[in-house]
Write a protein that binds this ligand. Structure first.
Ligand code: NAP
Length: 364
């Protein structure tokens, strides 16, 4: 990005768990500047510091605390919007912003599986961003929607992609241990989760299964053909504050023409640096980090690797049912939410897709 002045951005759902992470991660961002914060009618009109129950251990910046929370309508909003709304609200609101000419970079599940909406992790499937051009709003106002995956999907796919590229994957079996911050604030009541495990997170298993195959799928013309693999997810809520841990077993295809070894897998993870040289400010240098200790990764010890943007893999060993099994950990509100959306926006900026969006319409 050659531009000297920062791009003004807005945050929809700024008072929530993910909205707060956006604020934290965008402090001193070299390309983006927070210009607008919006939330529900309960919050609009109030100073942010009063409207939001700040839950992060980094202090709330004074300048943000003083900003007035705006109504969640596109009229007064900047043209780049980070959205962190509940799915039901996002379903109604995000198209309004896209139709009004905004680039909507969304965390919500509402449009992730829509055929003309890209579901993107920059390291995995940057080419899927082409789907933006399939959205009617793009031609009419320049606006569009881009989504990042569910917080439990993102760690899994980061670990799988380097293996899929080299060896092919036919079967995936995953069991998650998901942090309470993944349910937003106030989330799961403390009386339900303390000293407990809840073996159900509404729609999570379905999302994880469908999103994984779309992310690993092939862009074919106007949509994405999902990866032709079988996947089964078991999702559990555990009493951990931040960081989703996942136990994964996989069966490989035959791309290599021989059995896949321990060394092959470690090399695939170590050499996976698809964004090297692109200088996206939020991209971790080593997106998939290997933890050699036999009791790692652990949420408290490993979730902040790569400033919360790297995923950590460990415990690689043969699986007597499928081929290999391992553990993966990722920070659910950074790599799994706000950081994922910021990295998507950085990729869009580097591709010229955040230039004044009216220019896109003029050119079309
Ligand atoms: N937490 C995670 O780890 C995670 C990870 C990936 C994706 N996500 C997704 O990100 C989204 C946000 O999650 P969260 O955990 O941040 O939820 P949250 O803590 O419940 O925050 C929800 C936000 O939406 C706002 N909101 C509610 N109703 C609204 C309305 N009618 N109009 C405008 N704003 C409204 C809230 O504002 P008020 O404060 O004014 O009510 C708040 O700012 C969800 O779709 C979630 O599935 C979350």
């Amino acid at each position: 990005m050659a531009s000297q002045s920062k791009l003004p951005i807005g945050i929809l759902g700024a008072t929530g768990m993910v909205g707060q992470r956006f604020i934290q991660l965008l402090q001193n961002h070299p390309w983006f500047e927070i210009a607008w914060l919006a939330a529900s009618d309960r919050s609009s009109g109030k100073p942010y510091g009063e409207a939001a129950k700040w839950r992060l251990d980094a202090p709330l910046p004074e300048s943000i605390a003083r900003m007035t929370v705006s109504a969640a309508t596109p009229e007064s909003a900047p043209k780049i919007i980070f959205a962190a709304l509940d799915a039901a609200i996002a379903r109604e609101m995000e198209p309004d912003f896209a139709n009004a000419g905004c680039a909507v970079v969304s965390n919500s599940s509402a449009y992730r599986m829509a055929p003309n909406v890209p579901l993107v992790i920059p390291e995995i499937n940057a080419d899927h961003l082409h789907l933006i051009e399939e959205q009617p709003s793009r031609a009419e106002s320049g606006g569009y929607m881009v989504t990042n995956p569910n917080c439990s999907t993102i760690g899994l796919v980061m670990a799988l992609k380097p293996l899929e590229v080299r060896f092919g994957i036919e079967k995936i079996f995953v069991t998650t241990m998901q942090a309470v911050s993944g349910a937003g604030y106030p989330g799961v009541p403390s009386m339900d989760i303390l000293g407990n495990v809840i073996p159900y997170i509404g729609s999570e298993e379905e999302k994880m299964e469908a999103e994984t195959l779309k992310l690993l799928g092939l862009l074919t013309g106007h949509s994405v053909a999902p990866l032709d693999a079988k996947i089964s997810a078991h999702c559990n809520r555990v009493p951990v504050e931040d960081g989703h841990t996942e136990s994964v077993s996989i069966q490989f295809g035959n791309k290599l023409g021989r059995a896949v070894t321990h060394e092959d897998i470690l090399a695939a993870w170590a050499e996976f640096r698809p964004l090297a040289g692109q200088q996206l400010p939020t991209a971790p240098e080593q997106p998939v980090e290997w933890a050699p200790q036999n009791d790692r990764p652990q949420p408290r010890l490993d979730r902040n690797r790569g400033n919360g943007m790297a995923v950590t893999v460990g415990r690689l060993r043969p699986c007597p049912v499928l081929d290999w099994k391992f553990t993966v950990l990722s920070h659910n509100t950074i790599r799994g939410a706000a950081g994922a959306a910021i990295l998507n926006a950085e990729l869009l900026a580097s591709l010229g897709k955040l230039e004044p969006l009216s220019a896109a319409v003029t050119r079309a």
